[in-house]
Write a protein that binds this ligand. Sequence first.
Ligand code: PHE
Length: 441
Amino acid sequence: MAQRETWTSRVGFIFAAVGSAVGLGNIWSFPFQTASNGGAAFLVVYLLAVFLIGFPTMLIEFVIGRRSKQNAVSAFSELGYGNWTFAGVIGVFASFITLSFYSVVGGWVLNYIVGSVTGGYLGDASTFFGSVSSGTVAVAAHAVFMAITIAIVAGGVADGIERATKFMIPAILVLLAGLAVWGSTLSGASAGYAYYLSPDFGVIATNFTSIVPSAMGQAFFTLSLGFGVMVAYASYLGRDDSLPGDSAIIVVLNTIVALLAGFAVFPILAATDALTGSTGAGTAFVALAGAFGQLPAGRIIGFVFFVVLLFAALSSSISLLEAPASYVVDSYDTERWKVAVGVGVVAFLLGIVPAYGYVGLFNDFVFNILLPIAVLFIALFAGWIYGGEAVDELGRGTSLGRGAMTAWLWWVRVVVPIVVAYTLWLGVTNFYAGLVNGAYF
Ligand code: PHE
């Protein structure tokens, strides 16, 4: 079997992992989930979900990946627990499904970049959305987006993924910060900030059963957890870095990008009176593009915004392809580029379904069901089955005390599974209600 690749440096790994985490989830879904779930009330629950559940879960995936030096499917048998392989399979399956619709949305972004140049969405934003979001135009753009993703992954871990993300992440940060500064100059910005930042705890109480699964799903999705992606990325770690240190950097950077996106988007929505009612996959594009159409220099701002979104989407989609591709590369000793093309083409074909109007269905299936299931199983595995060895691996390369590591273990054993099981229950209930009341069809 060919020599397994590794990242060229610790920084390279961090960039790639941040690239995976920072994506459509941060810039597109986070502000709109926040807007539609009561603003700052959602933000509070989301931040708790990220730091209390997401962060310790990322450590689980890093421990499994670095210890096994395998993709998420093969990792379990490599560690000696082959009967847990199903947990990795669920994750990689989630990656594959997500790649199929993520690339469709990536295609929308491509169309919006073109629309910024031609002025296509300036007149009537919802007609424009209708014309690019489903049907042959959407399929064609989805094909282009997938082709770019395949090309980067085919280039390999160091030359493809690491190089691409080292360029994209700084670009995203700088451009988003610029957009946030521009947003602060808009009249109405303060109403946007107020909605975004002053929590109404009554809203949390009354909407608890819808806010919790949305916030948890968003936390897993944005941190790329439950997909086997972080397992695969950690498997290319060649050295004894501090996993808690790396993980903290990744979680914090990812949160900064989401918060920045909020600072860019909320003033824009408030300035054009689009603050509430901007829910759902499509309305985000419609509300923002509509706002760009009304604002001075909106077309240039729109162009910058959608380019940022494209970089963010690409640095994530490559990791979504890497998770299933690394499984095939590890298991069958096939050439990487062939695997990238093969897996990418199959995901493209599956993506034709969401490209005909079912992005919401795919999205909610992953958010509400696949992710909580995958996280629940890896937490049970790491906590109760792998236990001591997991702590041992966590400790390599860190100066963390025994006490902190034991606390992590018990957190992963008890708190994470209970919270995630409760989330799963709510998620299944909400998803089922959506199926029955025709939200998806
Ligand atoms: N974290 C990405 C986002 O926020 C989505 C993603 C999930 C990417 C899983 C890769 C793996 O958009």
